[in-house]
Design a binder for this molecule. Structure first.
Ligand code: G3H
Ligand code: 13P
Ligand code: ZN
Length: 283
């Protein structure tokens, strides 16, 4: 069933576990996620990035996501990932997304608060929940020096002001993760997660969660992370399975035979993540 993001994440917040938010770009990825969620009885979030919307188009993503959610035996939210444009966010809401992200992280605090409030006013009026971001979750440049890196992290005092002023449903925090493939091992600032959680007391979101060691993910969840974004680990599973299949079957030209193993490989990765996040059996 299609539900709002906050319906899923409030339960996770109150019961101290996290729900996976997996990036979707095509039918096979959607099916892999939904099958994994149903087989583990786990709530789940399907999310579309800027790249995903550009690739598939909002109509296709919305139709696929809504069909999958309506057919699913578990709660599913359809979420816009890293929305930055008010018009696009409204378009997604109009197409039936049940959750949207307004990523104002490139702005200063006041401007981020202002654009987040603008989105929330409309989204909440039509029952759609909202994620915002405070601090900067970057790419994987590891040549950035520690002081500069920490300067981009979420400030707990600012987080409190931000949440009080915006009434945002869940907040993405910058605590040491980065999008894409890590060059070294990511170091998370666990004390910062704990402090932010104590100060804001709402579901927290971890971006750039692919490639983060399992023990770090577990600790982050125990300290208050409730939504965990995964894209790169699915891309790796997808591409590796296709390369392996074609290496073994160089003459095969059937898209179903080529994509079948990729879907299965993604599903296995997703099920393991669901176990790690603690969402298994929570549907
Ligand atoms: O947040 C970023 C995601 O990994 C999606 O990236 O815009 O290339 O789909 P994308
Ligand atoms: P990864 O690609 O590093 O898993 O990050 C995904 C993400 O944060 C999407 O918003
Ligand atoms: Zn992200």
């Amino acid at each position: 069933m299609l539900v709002t993001g906050i319906e899923i994440l409030r339960h996770a917040h109150e019961n101290n576990y996290a729900v996976g938010a997996f990036n979707v770009n095509n039918m096979e990825i959607v099916q892999a996620i939904i099958e994994a969620a149903e087989e583990t009885n786990s709530p789940v979030i399907l999310q579309a990035s800027q790249g995903g919307l550009k690739y598939a188009g909002v109509e296709y993503i919305a139709a696929l996501g809504k069909l999958a959610a309506h057919k699913a035996k578990v709660p599913v939210a359809l979420h816009l990932d890293h929305g930055t444009n008010f018009q696009q966010i409204m378009l997604c809401i109009r197409h039936g997304f049940s959750s949207v992200m307004i990523d104002g992280s490139k702005y200063g605090l006041e401007e981020n608060i202002a654009i987040t409030k603008k989105v929330i006013e409309v989204a909440h009026a039509v029952g759609v929940s909202v994620e915002a971001e405070l601090g900067k979750i970057g790419g994987t440049e590891d040549d950035i020096v520690v002081d500069e890196r920490e300067a981009t992290f979420t400030d707990p005092k600012e987080a409190k002001i931000f949440v009080d002023e915006t009434n945002v449903d869940y907040l993405a925090v910058a605590v040491g993760t980065a999008h894409g493939v890590y060059k070294g091992e990511p170091e998370l600032d666990f004390d910062r997660i704990k402090t932010i959680k104590e100060m804001v007391n709402i579901p927290l979101v971890l971006h750039g969660s692919s490639g983060v060691p399992d023990e770090s993910i577990k600790r982050a969840v125990s300290l208050g992370i409730n939504k965990i974004n995964i894209d790169t680990d699915l891309r790796i599973a997808f591409a590796t399975a296709i390369k392996d299949f074609l290496a073994d079957n160089p003459d095969n030209i059937d898209p179903r035979k080529i994509l079948g193993p990729a879907k299965k490989a993604m599903k296995e990765v997703i099920k393991k993540k669901m176990e790690l996040f603690g969402s298994v059996g929570r549907a």
